[in-house]
Design a protein. Structure first.
Length: 532
């Protein structure tokens, strides 16, 4: 005889209930993703490598930063941008070059060889018309200290230069010996020993300039364009007098390059326009919104501000990497990206300064903190795998603190994050915790209504809603979002006091609660007394 003759069991799978948001899932916005859908999810770096095999590419670097942390995310999303930017850096020397002090730029680019370029200003050399031999194109310069291929340099004359040399023109050096040189029109010609045919000696003395602003800019541009596999064009931009600047522009939309400079030497800002990042993010969220923290890779002022404006309308946060030197050198109201975000008081965007975009500081801190349940984490004093600490002066740090921006410094012998703040001056963990409460409470109340045959419009029905609110607040307390003492307070109306129109509309108004944030300890003040 069947057991069903005595016991009848029916099990129904309920798919009505709403799901919780993915508070541990970051999204990398990619300009090179080749998949058809707008978003994919990955459980490991090896899975990311199947779609983004170039290890110098920004998606791979960001995923590495995320998956290298401990703890680390269990899932990482990559969203496909249909409107990629054309990356542009605008650069200039901060001050007059110092003879003997190298000026450096570290280059990492998608598909390029990672290269540290360096140029060293040398003292100017004066040479007379009698030092120029037109028959052999040799110029006598005793103990010049140069080798073949050095340059480009420029020449200046009091009156007339040796023909066909011209002012504001780049020349490279051929060095037959330690006391003489020849001029070439390009590095390739210098290496090939193809010298300029000097037809006159000129008049009065001439000056080979080797430490002027324009000369050093020309050398930096030359070295940047010589990086193997580069995906950009560096170009010198003429200024009045000795004030030339330079730009580095990606070969095509979606190409990516990381240029790290010393803010004491070079002013560097990403200046490309926003091609429509908000449109891309909206399309990605429409297809799949199960992600929480945005990571972007082409972080000009316009691009970051557009992404931050969109994030502000969502229940999400944004870790914005900023490498612009003005973020640390400019004071408040300096109109840099961090200051602009601070002025706008954005509560969901955190600016993270690192001079090397390839370090992916924003992705690294997201990878370190997102795996921790909301309420259980603080985003400050975190050590990050694979990220070099930033060297900051006291002025740099003060400027960052005053803009509620963040960075990564050596503290007690290891790298540690500070300040862990969003641009409005609040802490990232506070916003994440409140987002969790909003999501948890909304889902709990919705599911109570959606999974019941009916929640009656009487005091018993109100009690069902009240219980869900109290249970959500209790979960927030247990997670460390709210304090247990004083305990959260919930207030609900009696149905008899609800307006007739609200009851007719089946609306329960005036449900309210209050709670105190648990917060965290970031600083300690200790007073000790020692007696004998």
């Amino acid at each position: 005889m069947s057991l069903a003759n005595f016991v009848n069991i029916t099990i129904t799978a309920d798919t009505v209930g709403a799901s919780r948001a993915g508070f541990g899932v970051p999204l990398i916005l990619s300009a090179t993703a080749a998949f058809a859908e707008r978003i994919r999810f990955y459980a490991s770096l090896a899975e990311v490598a199947e779609d983004f095999a170039v290890t110098t590419g920004p998606e791979y670097l960001a995923a590495t930063a995320l998956f290298s942390q401990s703890p680390r995310p269990t899932s990482v999303a990559i969203g496909r941008s249909a409107l990629p930017p054309t990356q542009v850096y605008t650069m200039s020397l901060l001050a007059a070059p110092t003879v003997g002090t190298p000026i450096t730029i570290s280059v990492k680019a998608d598909g390029a060889t990672s290269t540290d370029i360096s140029v060293t200003p040398l003292a100017d050399i004066v040479f007379a018309p009698s030092d120029v031999t037109t028959g052999t194109d040799v110029v006598v310069m005793t103990a010049h200290g140069m080798t073949t291929g050095n340059g480009p340099y420029r020449v200046i004359a009091t009156t007339t230069l040796p023909a066909p040399l011209a002012i504001d023109t780049n020349y490279w050096i051929i060095a037959p010996d330690a006391n003489s040189i020849k001029f070439a029109t390009s590095y390739a010609n210098a290496i090939a020993l193809t010298a300029i045919d000097l037809t006159t000696q000129g008049t009065d003395n001439h000056l080979l300039t080797r430490d002027a602003n324009d000369v050093m800019v020309a050398q930096l541009v030359d070295r940047l364009n010589s990086v193997v596999g580069n995906n950009y064009i560096a170009a010198q931009v003429a200024g009045g007098g000795d004030t030339d600047t330079f730009t580095v522009t990606a070969d095509a939309a979606g190409e990516w390059v990381s240029l790290q400079v010393n803010p004491a030497q070079i002013i560097s800002n990403q200046t490309h326009v926003d091609p429509g990042v908000a449109t891309d993010l909206a399309a990605i969220a429409l297809e799949n919104n199960a992600w929480y923290c945005l990571i972007t890779l082409y972080n000009s002022n316009a691009y970051v501000l557009a992404a931050a404006a969109w994030i502000e309308t969502q229940q999400k946060i944004y870790m914005a990497d900023v490498s612009d030197t003005t973020v640390v050198t400019a004071t408040v109201l300096g109109s840099d990206t961090a200051d602009d975000l601070h002025t706008l008081a954005y509560a969901r965007t955190a600016a993270w300064y690192h001079p090397a975009p390839a370090s992916m500081l924003g992705a690294a801190i997201a990878g370190r903190c997102l795996p921790i349940d909301p309420g259980g984490e603080s985003w400050t004093l975190k050590n990050l795998a694979g990220v070099a600490a930033v060297v900051l002066t006291s002025t740099h740090r003060t400027n960052l603190v005053n803009k509620a921006a963040n960075s990564y410094q050596t503290v007690g012998g290891s790298g540690r994050t500070f300040n862990g703040m969003t641009a409005d001056g609040d802490f990232i963990d506070v916003q994440r915790g409140l987002d969790w409460v909003e999501d948890d409470m909304g889902v709990a109340v919705f599911n109570a209504m959606a999974t019941s045959n009916k929640v009656p419009n009487d005091d018993d029905g109100v009690a069902i809603i009240e219980n869900e609110v109290r249970a959500s607040l209790a979960r927030a307390v247990s997670r460390g979002i709210f304090r247990a003492n004083p305990e959260p307070v919930v207030t609900v109306p009696l149905v008899a006091s609800v307006a007739t129109a609200d009851r007719a509309a089946r609306l329960l108004p005036d449900v309210s609660w209050s709670a105190q944030l648990a917060g965290a300890i970031h600083k300690v003040s200790i007073n000790g007394v020692v007696s004998v």
